[in-house]
Design a protein around this ligand. Structure first.
Ligand SMILES: [Zn+2]
Length: 459
């Protein structure tokens, strides 16, 4: 009972200290923030390959081993989730290919600049501008789109031929020439590109691609240092999703189950989106028994955990392939590596590392949700959060200002102290019981010492 009371007291102190620290943090200065995404950087690459520069970056900062990202685990939905803190069903960028049933508009990675698709959410670069600051972006998805009548203040039109170093050069120029640039975002296509072509199990190619990524991290640190920004700005390196090996032996062929004349295909693999031409129930019945490694859902029955139901752009039938399986209509394997699968799969998870004045040094966490990054970034920039699915409390211990003690350690110490005290009490009582003199009342003992000869009862 005493232990329980003590624990409650400690938890209460812990929570009140946390809220106090949060209030204090809002009164501080807010250094600029640079957010970098290396597309398709699967979390466990960090364990399997060598990253001397990245290691240097997070050894003096923060490393979060893996992020549970959002479904579908594709590039555009996840980059928009990082920037808004919302699940795909709430921000509206639901897949690489979309169809809007009301306007009949279509979205693809090659045709993505219609604000219609992006306006359901407010990305952080738009919020930054609404609060009187400026932003800079190098090809981060959406930053060149007029979202709520704003592109990023500075931005680059997407061009895959522009090198990482040139993108970084533009970002640092914008940041150093104008100190009202408070938020910058940089997107880079590797290691996603190599992962798709060769598959993540091709260690020769992945070693080469990941060494280039690590070299770019090294260049970034050196370049920020030469620009006078290193140590003065906060830098976060993360990614949108992981990557898994596919195989020609793991193909799911829709033509073997349904007729092409019975549906319109909006998106294909590993999450397919179908619009039935006639009756959805019949089509669904055929698809639900189509392949043991593919799950079929009517839109209303998509599991809650995927947060992929409440949006008009989610099509009436959704098919989800198991890890490493590829859905085709009747073709051959399109690529050796892919992503997009269930976001609970660790192969789909990216990592996060951070370094800068706001972050602890040498701090490590196992996991957060990728939507938790948005409230952290708002906190770092001192701007209010828009409604979102993330939680600052999940990630706040990465910050120097938060002074949070690991609750598990505190509980461990309390339990340890309790065990020691209980053991000592027990031993003391045991020794006392074994000592025959201790059976005498203390008062009588005193009596014995003070007035031994005169007391007949002690004889
Ligand atoms: Zn991607």
């Amino acid at each position: 009972m005493h232990l329980k009371a003590l624990l409650c007291l400690l938890v209460a102190c812990y929570e009140s200290a946390a809220s106090l620290n949060t209030e204090n943090a809002t009164q501080k200065d807010f250094p600029p923030l640079l957010l970098i995404s290396f597309d398709g950087f699967r979390a466990d690459y960090l364990k399997k390959y060598s990253f001397p520069n990245l290691q240097k970056f997070f050894s003096a900062g923060v490393l979060i081993d893996h992020l549970t990202n959002v479904f579908v685990t594709k590039t555009f939905p996840n980059h928009y989730s990082l920037a808004t803190g919302l699940y795909a069903e709430s921000h509206g960028i639901l897949a690489s290919h979309m169809f809007d049933p009301v306007t009949k508009k279509k979205f693809s990675l090659e045709d993505d600049t219609d604000p219609f698709w992006w306006n359901e959410a407010t990305p952080i670069w738009v919020s930054v501008q609404k609060w009187g600051y400026k932003s800079a972006a190098a090809m981060w998805p959406g930053t060149d789109v007029m979202i709520q009548n704003h592109t990023s203040t500075n931005f680059m039109k997407y061009d895959s031929k522009v090198s990482f170093r040139e993108r970084l050069g533009n970002i640092t120029t914008w940041m150093t020439e104008d100190n009202s640039v408070k938020f910058a975002a940089l997107y880079w296509e590797e290691p996603d590109h190599t992962g798709h072509i060769f598959g993540p199990e091709n260690t020769t190619e992945m070693t080469r691609a990941l060494k280039e990524v690590d070299d770019d991290v090294g260049f970034m640190m050196e370049h920020l240092n030469n620009s006078g920004l290193w140590g003065k700005i906060n830098v976060i390196i993360t990614s949108d999703h992981g990557m898994v090996q596919c195989s020609k032996d793991r193909l799911i062929k829709l033509d073997q189950c349904i007729s092409r004349s019975s549906y319109t295909l909006v998106d294909l693999t590993p999450v397919a989106a179908l619009v039935p031409i006639n009756d959805a129930t019949d089509l669904y019945k055929n698809l639900s028994n189509c392949h043991p490694h593919m799950k079929a859902y009517l839109k209303d029955a998509v599991p809650d955990k995927l947060h992929y139901r409440n949006n008009e752009r989610i099509q009436p039938i959704i098919l989800v392939a198991d890890e490493g399986w590829t859905i085709v209509q009747n073709g051959s394997l399109p690529r050796l590596g892919d992503h997009g699968y269930d976001n609970s799969l660790s192969s789909m998870h990216p990592f996060l590392a951070a370094n800068g004045p706001a972050f602890r040094k040498g701090y490590r966490m196992e996991t957060i949700n990728s939507v938790d990054l948005y409230p952290l970034m708002c906190h770092l920039l001192g701007i209010p959060e828009m409604p979102n699915n993330g939680s600052f409390s999940h990630i706040r211990c990465t910050l120097v200002s938060e002074k949070c003690t690991d609750l598990a350690v505190v509980v461990g110490i309390v339990i340890g102290v309790f065990i020691v005290l209980t053991t000592l009490t027990f031993l003391f009582r045991l020794m006392k019981n074994r000592d025959p003199s201790s059976s005498r009342p203390f008062a009588r003992l005193e009596l014995q010492e003070d007035d031994d000869d005169d007391d007949p009862l002690l004889e």
